[in-house]
Design a protein around this ligand. Structure first.
Ligand SMILES: Nc1ncnc2c1ncn2[C@@H]1O[C@H](COP(=O)(O)OP(=O)(O)OP(=O)(O)O)[C@@H](O)[C@H]1O
Ligand SMILES: [Mg+2]
Length: 216
């Protein structure tokens, strides 16, 4: 999902995860109205990595384990290894025991998303919903996020709000939002090849990231 700020991407994600219900119409997942799915089941099978990356005021390890309090450090480390994040965690002052601080503010926005992504991966959902951070992510963290995402989304459906259009380039299908509506959909290739909202967004993104090889 791509679109300008305020176009409705996060709202769509909230409807999909039942953080909000529509005032009219209904949302179906695999043909099943979400209101028919027990909340506990929905929370287990659909997991979201939110845009604002809120973390709890505890260690990185406890934050990752949050959805699965039953698992031990070994399983957490295994998940981090799968995601290619072992080096990153080891670079933190106290590894898994590093305090994330109030609201997770001891970490950068990109790092908070890494923790949220590891938590989601450990939860092993059927549908992973990711709302990419809008704030600037440094190139090293962005590369880690990209690689971790590839592993976390393998073998399951992922719906992602893309601020970095490299995410849209890799998607099977792109939805373009404008003023609360989906105005275009198709593959990146189809949408980039014809004049329209997506081609405009893509051109703007390309010129903004020009000269930054890590973002191509
Ligand atoms: N709870 C709410 N009640 C009323 N309006 C809201 C609410 N949340 C968001 N909006 C409005 O709905 C519109 C869409 O917001 P949304 O957060 O979905 O945008 P977005 O596409 O995710 O933007 P961004 O790229 O900045 O994350 C905005 O005009 C926003 O101000
Ligand atoms: Mg948003």
């Amino acid at each position: 999902m791509v679109g300008e700020t305020g176009s409705g991407k996060s709202t769509f994600v909230k409807l999909l995860t039942r953080l909000a219900d529509p005032s009219s119409g209904r949302v179906l997942l695999g043909g099943v109205p979400l209101t028919d799915v027990p909340l506990a089941s929905l929370r287990r099978r659909v997991v979201m990595v939110p845009q604002d990356g809120f973390l709890f005021n505890t260690t990185v390890g406890e934050n990752i384990r949050y959805s699965r309090p039953d698992v031990g450090d070994d399983e957490v480390r295994g998940a981090l290894a799968d995601l290619g994040l072992t080096g990153w965690v080891e670079s933190l002052p106290h590894g898994l025991g590093t305090e994330a601080g109030p609201r997770g503010e001891a970490l950068s926005a990109g790092e908070r998303q890494l923790v949220a992504l590891a938590r989601a991966y450990l939860a092993d959902p059927d549908l992973l919903v990711l709302d990419e951070a809008t704030s600037a992510v440094d190139p090293a963290t962005e590369q880690r996020l990209q690689r971790a995402l590839e592993t976390a989304t393998r073998g399951r459906t992922a719906v992602s709000v893309a601020h970095r259009l490299s995410t849209a380039e890799a998607a099977d299908r792109v939805l373009v939002f404008d003023a609360g509506r989906i105005v275009q959909q198709g593959t990146h290739e189809e949408l980039a090849a014809r004049p329209g909202r997506y081609a405009d967004l893509y051109a703007a993104w390309q010129s903004a990231t020009e000269g930054d090889a890590s973002r191509t």
